[in-house]
Design a protein around this ligand. Structure first.
Ligand SMILES: Cc1cc2nc3c(=O)[nH]c(=O)nc-3n(C[C@H](O)[C@H](O)[C@H](O)COP(=O)(O)OP(=O)(O)OC[C@H]3O[C@@H](n4cnc5c(N)ncnc54)[C@H](O)[C@@H]3O)c2cc1C
Length: 509
């Protein structure tokens, strides 16, 4: 790359989770010693517009993000009120009273070259087990309320899981802002009222008080409105409402009435589902629903009925259109976060999509010539990643067996996208999961959700079928025992939170 063509300035429009994640990651990436000075980084945000700020549950790669920007776990957990998340408990998706768990881990080690789940599928087909959960360490830990970080020893049964966090996204953005500002990022407060464009490139944004901010590269983190990518450059939006009809949410925090559990709960309701996310200082609750099947007041009433304590805030109402920007990168604008698209939070993927978007931008970072090959690759992979997550979420709705509520019949009768249909066909035929490029969820995640919703393979591999069934069952019994004992040997989740709190206080003293 020619040094005289390098990007000299980056303007990040928006200071929500996406804006400050982008700023802190870029400040860190360009601060690496041994090179020339990186671009100046400016974040423009408007306190009067505010942020969405309900993002509270995540998936395990968030730990790599924190470590990349140098944010220590104890510091992070204290700053954001974080608790541990080992997975999601799904209630009432097949029928009232039904439950399954999607844990962050696998279902046992490979045996004779075959994933252990294949042996479990066979035991299920023979009527010897009815669920995979006893072989998922994070599921067993979550049920017992236990937690310690995974062992580094790959031979230990305690290495076979991962974890993420529940946290207050607004506080996370505040902590990231402090890190980014300490690394030289400039913050401008003010509302952008105009965007000047020349030949498909944004030249400058103009603030209400007349200030004009020019930049080589703009990162659009302005939220659903997509101020630059859509408002100025008209990148277009692909609407996925036909598969995922939920288009509204109402969020209501309440005080915690018991020690936080290390998992999210997602409970199916009449026209969507309700989240319960335990933080250290409160419990986040919300109802994601489809306005085609329930009105706003009835949705609020249904959410209030299930709350464990009186709410501590007014209902926060949100509207969205599920889908993705047709081009997340256009001209000199890259959209990240809600500006690039939205998938409902059923598998807590939005903050992860911010993280991967930033990672991809750093990998394909342009110079001022903006080589179209970089843009094409960025857009190809971003679109794919969104589509893979979309398929995973659609599977939850499409396969839910609930009969209460018109939404559920609609989702069941609706033909899934071809990519998902092919995946389901292969899984039903032989229990294999065909992972495509840029999948966020691996085979065992798919197996947890599909079997949790009652979809089991018709056949298993002949290489598995040939083993002595009684021996396989005895071995599986021993493994389940080992997992149960390992989980029971771990401390309570609350003890881990206390230890993290003490460690943060020690570091601050
Ligand atoms: C109901 C719901 C539940 C969710 N739950 C989860 C979850 O559990 N896990 C998860 O990972 N994600 C979740 N998300 C998504 C998550 O909240 C967002 O992905 C995340 O907060 C990033 O938002 P953002 O920064 O892109 O946008 P926003 O938070 O909307 O921030 C936009 C920023 O742009 C600024 N801005 C906009 N217009 C202007 C202007 N004209 N001038 C100046 N500044 C401007 C605003 O001031 C703000 O700073 C959820 C989203 C919703 C709707």
């Amino acid at each position: 790359m020619q040094d005289d063509r390098k990007i000299r300035s980056v303007a990040i429009v928006g200071g929500g989770t996406a804006g400050w994640m982008a700023a802190s990651a870029m400040a860190k990436a360009f601060a690496a010693p041994g090179g020339s000075a990186g671009p100046t980084i400016t974040v423009i945000e408007s306190e009067t517009i505010g942020t969405v700020g309900v993002g509270e549950a995540t998936i395990p790669p968030i730990r790599q993000f924190n470590s990349m920007i140098g944010l220590d776990e104890a510091d992070f957990m204290a700053a954001t009120g974080a608790t541990v998340k080992l997975g999601i408990a799904f209630h009432d998706w097949s029928a009232p009273g039904s439950r399954y768990f999607h844990g962050f881990g696998d279902f046992g080690p490979e045996v004779r070259g075959q994933a252990y789940r294949q042996h479990l599928f066979r035991l299920h087909a023979e009527g010897r087990i009815d669920s995979l959960e006893a072989w998922s360490l994070p599921s067993v830990m979550a049920a017992k309320g236990r937690f310690a970080p995974p062992s580094d020893d790959p031979r230990s049964v305690l290495s076979a899981y991962s974890y993420a966090y529940h946290f207050d996204a607004g506080l996370f953005a505040r902590r990231l802002r402090a890190l980014a500002e300490a690394a030289g990022t400039v913050r401008l407060e003010g509302r952008i009222v105009d965007v000047t464009v020349d030949a498909d490139r944004v030249q400058a944004v103009v603030l209400e008080d007349g200030r004009r901010v020019e930049s080589d590269l703009f990162i659009d983190c302005s939220g659903f409105r997509g101020l630059l990518i859509e408002g100025a450059l008209k990148a277009g939006y692909e609407d996925w409402t036909r598969w995922l009809p939920c288009d509204r949410a109402v969020a209501l925090p309440c005080p915690a009435t018991r020690a936080p559990v290390p998992y999210t709960a997602a409970t199916a309701l009449s026209a969507g589902w309700r989240w319960r996310i335990p933080l250290q200082h409160r419990v986040g609750n919300g109802y994601v629903y489809s306005s085609a099947f329930i009105d706003d007041q009835a949705a609020l009433d249904e959410l209030l009925q299930g709350l464990e304590a009186a709410p501590v805030a007014e209902p926060n109402r949100l509207r969205f259109v599920t889908g993705r920007r047709r081009m997340a990168w256009k001209g000199n604008v890259v959209a990240v976060g809600l500006a690039s698209g939205f998938l409902e939070p059923l598998e807590s993927t939005s903050i992860n999509l911010i993280q991967t978007g930033i990672g991809r931008l750093l990998e394909l970072f342009p110079d001022r010539d903006f080589d179209p090959a970089l843009l094409t690759e960025y857009n190809r992979r971003t679109a794919q990643e969104f589509e893979r997550v979309r398929d995973f979420i659609i599977a939850h709705y499409h396969l839910a067996g609930r009969s209460e509520g018109e939404l559920w019949r609609h989702c069941r009768d609706n033909a899934p996208p071809d990519t998902l249909a092919a995946k389901l066909e292969l899984f039903r035929a032989r229990g294999e999961v065909s992972l495509l490029e840029d999948e966020s969820f691996r085979e065992d995640s798919w197996a947890a959700v599909l079997t949790g919703l009652g979809v089991w393979p018709r056949r298993v591999s002949p290489l598995v079928q040939r083993l002595d069934l009684d021996q396989v069952q005895a071995q599986a019994g021993r493994l389940a025992d080992l997992i149960g004992r390992a989980a029971a040997s771990l401390p309570d989740h609350a003890a881990y939170l206390d230890a993290r709190r003490r460690s943060a206080m020690g570091a601050a003293a």
